[in-house]
Design a protein. Structure first.
Length: 186
């Protein structure tokens, strides 16, 4: 890892994830091939699920502990993750040629934009003020590792607790990656 990369913290990582998924969703609008649209949606879903699981495992407990309104913030964000997962689950089951596909992509984009705006304008600045840089760097490293083992498909009815994600998540992630391989999902 280079010096510049080693200095990045968990907020940098999460904001990069936000940009990546937003870009993928935007590319769906400029693509005419249904297979490309489906692939872009699947990649966006995978990345967003991995991001959310890692965030729930490591960032939310730190937010709960370090932000004055941490409990309320985490509860609110967890509910937004559930909404995003329900939308992703619906999108996962719709062909790109179905008119609902574009509707669900738009819904996912709006939900994500709302969630990202709250995190980046309110929660992340407070987090950076209250959590030392070296701890934020360690959290980034944990988040990076967690994303590698996390599920790749939405599971909106699964518990959203760090313990569940740490104990059951890697197994669910393995099953998801096998399903992805068998179905040819990107």
């Amino acid at each position: 890892m280079t010096g510049a990369t080693a200095d990045l913290d968990v907020i940098d990582e999460l904001m990069s994830d936000h940009r990546e998924v937003t870009s993928l969703l935007d590319r769906i609008d400029t693509t005419t091939d249904p297979a490309d649209k489906r692939e872009l949606a699947d990649i966006a879903i995978t990345e967003l699920v991995r991001h959310a699981v890692a965030e729930e495992m490591y960032v939310y407990p730190a937010m709960r502990e370090n932000l004055p309104d941490g409990e309320e913030v985490v509860k609110h964000d967890t509910e937004e993750h559930k909404e995003l997962e329900r939308t992703m689950k619906a999108l996962e089951g719709v062909e790109a040629t179905d008119p609902r596909f574009e509707q669900l992509v738009g819904e996912l984009r709006r939900e994500l934009q709302h969630h990202v705006e709250e995190e980046e304008s309110e929660q992340f600045p407070k987090f950076r003020q209250r959590v030392p840089h070296d701890e934020r760097v360690q959290l980034r490293e944990k988040v990076e590792k967690a994303k590698k083992l996390a599920p790749t498909r939405p599971h909106p009815n699964a518990p959203k607790s760090p313990l569940f994600h740490k104990v059951v998540g890697p197994g669910v992630g393995l099953v998801d990656r096998v399903r992805d391989k068998l179905t040819g999902r990107a």
